[in-house]
Design a protein around this ligand. Structure first.
Ligand SMILES: *[C@@H]1O[C@H](CO)[C@@H](O)[C@H](O)[C@H]1NC(C)=O
Ligand SMILES: *[C@@H]1O[C@H](CO)[C@@H](O)[C@H](O)[C@H]1NC(C)=O
Ligand SMILES: *[C@@H]1O[C@H](CO)[C@@H](O)[C@H](O)[C@H]1NC(C)=O
Ligand SMILES: *[C@@H]1O[C@H](CO)[C@@H](O)[C@H](O)[C@H]1NC(C)=O
Length: 341
C-alpha cells in the first residue's frame, strides 16, 4: 500500500478537474443479467489480475485502479465503519467483454466484495473492462456496483469511463453523474458513491395515530417497507410487529383500527409479525415473532401459498384476510402493537 499512495495522490490532482459541485445521490442503473447475489467472495486486492486468467478467459488485461469514497446524501459525511455496515460489490466484463457467467460462474472472475475503510474509502484493483457488442453499437466500458449501508437505500448502478465514445447507449450512461473521471493512460479512475437515506420509519410512526383496545394499543404505519424494516421499526419504537391471537383481536384490528383509520377505504397489504422461518426454502411452521404458535388463523382463500414466508394482512372494504408474502417485498405498510399499560 505504501508504494501506491503517492502515485494516486499525484493522479487525483489531474482527475479532479472534471467534476461538478452539485450534490445529488448517485443515480441507479439496471443490475443487468450478470448480477449475482450469493456467494460472491471478498476480494481485498485484485478482482481480476492483469497477469492471470482462469481457463477460457483471455490473458488478463490492462491494469486499472478505481478508488473513491462512499458518502451520505449530504455528499460530505463518509460512510464507513461498523455502525454503517457498508458493503461494496463490483462486477465487470473481462478484457474481451465477457462476464464470468459467460464462462464459468464459479470462478467469480472480475467480481468481488470490496473492503470499505473506516473513512468510507475503497480501492478496486482490476483490469480495463472490454467494450462489447450490444445491438448495433458497443456498450461503453463500465463497472457494475452495488452499495449497501445500514440506514440507507440499496444502490445498484453502473459507473462509466468518462470520455468513452459509446456513452449514451443504455442504462443511464448518458447521465454525467455516472461518469468516472479517468486519467489519460486509462490506468486510474475515481468515483464517489452517494447514498440516499432510508425513510425514517420511526418518525412516521410517531406521527401515526394510536388506537387502543382494553388490552393493547396499535399503530398502522403508512410507509412502504420490507418485513425486516417493519420488524425493526416497531421494536425501535418500543412496540412489536402485530400478532393477532384471537378472533376478537382480529375483529378489533379490522373494524376499529383499519376501518377507523381509513385503510378499509383505500385498501392495501400490511405486515404482521408472522413468518414460517423458511426464507426461500421449504415452508416450516408459521409462528408469531414472539415465538407463540399459531392459534387463531385468518388466512384468505388459497393462503398461505408456497411463495411467501412472511405474513401480512390484506385489507379491503370487506375487512381483512391473511396472506403469505415474500419477506423482501415492499408492502404498503405495517402494524405495530404495544400492550396497554
Ligand atoms: C451487513 O450487510 C450485509 C449486506 O446487506 C448483510 O448481509 C449483513 O447481515 C449485515 N450485517 C450486519 C451486522 O448488519
Ligand atoms: C470524491 O471525494 C473526494 C473526497 O471528498 C474528493 O476529493 C474527490 O474530488 C471526489 N472525486 C470525484 C470524482 O468527485
Ligand atoms: C397512505 O399514504 C398515501 C400517500 O403517501 C395516501 O395516498 C394514502 O391514502 C394513505 N393511506 C391511508 C390509509 O391513509
Ligand atoms: C367485498 O364483498 C363483496 C360482496 O361479497 C364483493 O362483491 C366485493 O368484490 C368484495 N370487495 C373486495 C375488494 O374484495
Amino acid at each position: 500500500m505504501g508504494l501506491i499512495v503517492p502515485v494516486l495522490l499525484a493522479a487525483w490532482a489531474v482527475l479532479s478537474t472534471g467534476q461538478t459541485d452539485e450534490c445529488s445521490p448517485t443515480p441507479s442503473a439496471t443490475e443487468g443479467p450478470f448480477f449475482q447475489s450469493q456467494g460472491v467472495p471478498d476480494k481485498a486486492d485484485w478482482i481480476c489480475r492483469p497477469d492471470f486468467a482462469p481457463e477460457g478467459a483471455p490473458e488478463g488485461g490492462a491494469e486499472f485502479t478505481m478508488t473513491g469514497t462512499i458518502f451520505d446524501e449530504d455528499c460530505a459525511t463518509p460512510l464507513g465503519g461498523g455502525d454503517y455496515n457498508v458493503t461494496l460489490m463490483v462486477w465487470q466484463a473481462d478484457s474481451e467483454g465477457n462476464y464470468d457467467d459467460n464462462r464459468d460462474t464459479s470462478t467469480h472472475y472480475c467480481r468481488g466484495l470490496i473492503t470499505v475503510g473506516e473513512d468510507g474509502t475503497y480501492s478496486v484493483r482490476t483490469i480495463l473492462p472490454g467494450q462489447y457488442q450490444n445491438g448495433p453499437t458497443l456498450r461503453p466500458r463500465h463497472m457494475h456496483a452495488m452499495v449497501t449501508a445500514a440506514g440507507y437505500e440499496n444502490l445498484i448502478t453502473q459507473v462509466y469511463w468518462e470520455g468513452d465514445e459509446f456513452l449514451g447507449d443504455c442504462c443511464n450512461s448518458d447521465d454525467p453523474r455516472l461518469w468516472m473521471p479517468v486519467n489519460d493512460e486509462l490506468t486510474q479512475g475515481q468515483f464517489n458513491f452517494t447514498l440516499t437515506r432510508a425513510p425514517d420509519f420511526v418518525a412516521s410512526m410517531a406521527a401515526s395515530e394510536q388506537v387502543c383496545s382494553s388490552s393493547a394499543c396499535y399503530t398502522v404505519v403508512n410507509r412502504s417497507a420490507s418485513w425486516a424494516d417493519a420488524l425493526s421499526a416497531c421494536s425501535e419504537s418500543g412496540m412489536q410487529l402485530v400478532e393477532i391471537s384471537s378472533e376478537d383481536e382480529g375483529a378489533f384490528v379490522a373494524e376499529e383500527l383499519l376501518g377507523g383509520t381509513g385503510w378499509r377505504d383505500v385498501g392495501g397489504s400490511l405486515w404482521m409479525g408472522l413468518n414460517n422461518g423458511a426464507e426461500g426454502a421449504e415452508g416450516g411452521d408459521w409462528v408469531w415473532q414472539s415465538g407463540a404458535e399459531l392459534g387463531y388463523e385468518g388466512w384468505g382463500e388459497g393462503e398461505p401459498g408456497d411463495a411467501g414466508t412472511c405474513g401480512a394482512l390484506l385489507v379491503n372494504e370487506n375487512g381483512t384476510s391473511w396472506l403469505a408474502a415474500d419477506c423482501a417485498a415492499s408492502l404498503d405498510g405495517f402494524v405495530c402493537v404495544a400492550q396497554a399499560s
